[in-house]
Design a protein around this ligand. Structure first.
Ligand code: PLP
Length: 262
């Protein structure tokens, strides 16, 4: 069977972000996505109206069912929604139920691209500090990177997190809408090992962060090293965004949905 990525992520009914983005991106990377659902959100392509988180016990039961059954080759987390869910993932690593040697891509989701809350930011940031050291790679947007590190400068922030024991940080300026072209830096153990400048496309994309992180997790499950996986994901995400669906073609400010079947 294809290698499996076990994803901890929430349901976005619009299908742009969350677990659907994970399933589609991981499939495109050549792997199979299995999901432990952490929350059900109420949202459109444009805004988050609310969410209900799954209990940590329910998340654990889903994860254990997959871990006992399928050849899990990588872990990916997105929206966890509550500090209990973050603590549960920490305990799955600590107890060895999740093998600590598996690649783990952690997308530290705090807010949606549209600005809607996907959890209580202050308590989530505190709880994430325990989970971050288990990650092979974290993929924060600029807001999340600043919140997790307490630093405004993105490079200082990435180096600080590496010095606190995080293996690798992917810095991306895609959510800084006045920053011109998108710059990406992959920091491994405090050093930049990969830099890219990507032309900024018109529009905002709902679920681009989820898609990028999941594609990387899929490639890691397929056996790529981190630098190869991130480079492949950069090439792939540009194509998905160029082919994005436009739910509101006449509204220039509406969010677009990445087309992951390119
Ligand atoms: N996970 C879920 C369930 C979401 O609904 C969202 C955003 O709406 C995200 C993650 C983060 O999305 P993005 O890839 O736009 O950062």
């Amino acid at each position: 069977m294809r290698p499996v990525v076990l994803c901890f992520s929430g349901l976005d009914p619009s299908g742009g972000a969350g677990l659907q983005a994970d399933i589609e991106a991981i499939g495109q990377a050549g792997a199979h996505a299995a999901i432990a659902c952490t929350a059900i959100t109420v949202q459109s392509s444009q805004q988050v109206m609310g969410f209900e988180a799954c209990s940590a016990d329910l998340v654990e039961q889903q994860a254990v069912a997959v871990l006992n059954d399928l050849p899990v080759a990588a872990i990916k987390s997105g929206m966890l929604g509550t500090t209990d869910n973050i603590a549960k993932l920490v305990s799955l690593f600590k107890s060895g139920q999740i093998d600590k040697s598996l690649p783990f891509v952690l997308d530290p989701v705090l807010v949606a691209n549209s600005g809607g809350s996907l959890g209580d930011e202050t308590t989530l940031v505190a709880a994430f500090q325990e989970l971050l050291p288990f990650a092979t790679l974290i993929t924060p947007n600029t807001h999340e990177l600043r919140a997790l590190s307490g630093e405004q400068d993105l490079h200082v922030a990435a180096k600080k997190l590496c010095h606190q024991g995080i293996h690798a940080v992917l810095v991306k300026t895609s959510h800084d809408f006045d920053s011109g072209d998108i710059e990406q830096f992959l920091y491994i153990e405090g050093e930049i090992v990969l830099k890219s400048v990507i032309q900024r496309l018109q529009g905002e994309f709902h679920g681009s962060g989820c898609s990028l992180a999941s594609f990387i997790a899929g490639r890691l499950a397929m056996g790529d090293d981190l630098i190869t996986a991130v480079s492949a994901a950069d090439d792939w995400i540009i194509e998905t965004l160029k082919a994005a669906d436009k739910p509101h073609p006449n509204d220039k400010t509406a969010q677009l949905i990445p087309n992951r079947f390119i």
